[in-house]
Design a protein around this ligand. Structure first.
Ligand SMILES: Cc1cc2nc3c(=O)[nH]c(=O)nc-3n(C[C@H](O)[C@H](O)[C@H](O)COP(=O)(O)OP(=O)(O)OC[C@H]3O[C@@H](n4cnc5c(N)ncnc54)[C@H](O)[C@@H]3O)c2cc1C
Ligand code: SF4
Length: 354
């Protein structure tokens, strides 16, 4: 590998799209993924259907993987991480190591794209008020994705189809007490998408969404939000949930219906916590190794300017959820922009030395 190569860190949607584009431009890319499989969180966490046409996440990710793999100038390394980095834009030296193995390989690369993504907020961290680790029937959006993917949405403690399911929005986001003041952008849409899927798989179930305010993204309003209400009769309740307790063989969800201005207490079989997005451990680790500034939430800091892929280090670009909560449309657009900037830097450097 020489400095005519771009190093891409992370083999999720952002990293795969960046690798494909750099390869399509005829340039060399090396993509390192710390897991033993590509496809990022949608594959690792067994996502079911994606917004935009309810397409299978696995099918969509497999397409991205095939496109990156088909490129002869893209070198993909699984179970591999970057452990050291020095140099400057156009001429970085990076050390790669296999997971769990100190021995490494040092390479020269011209530019770097960080695409190390996110992780789901842990609902047992800081606050136990929803009883995630206490009650089997309190689950997260990620747990629900897994059940929906298997076409087996059940009440976990009983293994039977639920009669009443609710979603609680903004768990781990928009919360000053835990320090995550930001909105995670996707969870209103994903909860509404899952509410539709629950109604499709368990037509007899009543489904509720408890929200502070619904934040739908672009066309998600007409593609998900209105069909959820009008076609699938999902009930949206503006309210704040303060406590979940067990009552008999069900859960009792307590809070306040803020539209009606009165307390509420509703029995549920399954409670789904709409957990937000936080930077992955890999994002935090890579920021330190590459010497990148992070924002107060530990996502990669993007300096205020006109380049949404810039980082605090020239020649190092960021794409996808490593820079903050994002849906796939934004992730893919950002990956395209980062690929173009990284490739342009390498091409410019090559012209300068020619
Ligand atoms: C429950 C849920 C459902 C969602 N469903 C949808 C949907 O239907 N439609 C939609 O548009 N969006 C959806 N999203 C958002 C979508 O998942 C993200 O936009 C997308 O996964 C971001 O891709 P990414 O490549 O930036 O990050 P990730 O998917 O997080 O991939 C990052 C990759 O980098 C790897 N990595 C991390 N650290 C390192 C390291 N140090 N070295 C090497 N590799 C590393 C990781 O192992 C991972 O493979 C959903 C999000 C959630 C929370
Ligand atoms: S997208 Fe919705 S659920 Fe997620 S943090 Fe924003 S407002 Fe809350």
């Amino acid at each position: 590998m020489t400095a005519d190569t771009t190093l891409i860190i992370g083999g999720g949607p952002a990293g795969l799209e960046a690798a494909r584009l750099i390869g399509d431009l005829g340039q060399k890319a090396i993509l390192v993924e710390k897991r033993d499989a590509l496809g990022g969180i949608p594959i690792a966490e067994h996502y079911a259907a994606l917004t935009h046409g309810f397409r299978s996440a696995e099918e969509a990710m497999n397409e991205l993987i095939a496109a990156a793999r088909a490129n002869p100038t893209v070198d993909i390394r699984l179970s591999t991480e970057v452990v050291e980095c020095s140099g400057a834009a156009g001429d970085f030296r990076v050390k790669l190591a296999k997971a769990g193995n100190g021995a490494g390989e040092t390479l020269s690369v011209g530019s770097i794209i960080v695409a190390t993504g996110f992780q789901h907020f842990d609902p047992g961290r800081e606050t136990q008020m929803y009883g995630y680790y206490e009650y089997d029937d309190v689950i997260t959006l990620a747990d629900a994705e897994k059940m929906l993917k298997e076409n087996k949405f059940v009440t976990p403690s009983k293994g039977t189809p639920p009669e009443r399911v609710c979603f609680i929005q903004c768990v781990g986001s928009r919360d000053r007490q835990i320090g995550n003041e930001y909105c995670s952008k996707v969870c209103c849409g994903i909860s509404s998408k899952q509410a539709i899927e629950v109604r499709q798989q368990v037509p007899g179930a009543k489904v509720f969404i408890f929200y502070i305010d619904m934040r739908m993204y672009g066309y998600w309003e007409n593609e998900i939000y209105w069909p959820a209400q009008e076609k699938y009769h999902v009930q949206y309740v503006k309210g704040i949930i303060t406590e979940i307790i067990r009552k008999g063989d069900r859960l009792l969800v307590r809070g306040e219906d803020t539209t009606m201005g009165r307390p509420m207490e509703v029995p549920m079989d399954v409670v789904v916590l709409a957990v937000g997005m936080e930077p992955s451990k890999g994002t935090k680790d890579v920021a330190k190794i590459l010497g990148l500034q992070q924002n107060k939430y530990n996502f990669i800091e993007v300096p205020h300017g006109l380049d949404p892929t810039a980082t605090s280090a020239p020649g190092i670009f960021v794409a996808g959820a490593a820079a903050g909560p994002k849906d796939l449309d934004d992730t893919m657009s950002m990956a395209g922009a980062a690929a173009m900037k990284a490739a342009a830097l390498v091409a410019k450097k090559a012209r300068a030395v020619a």
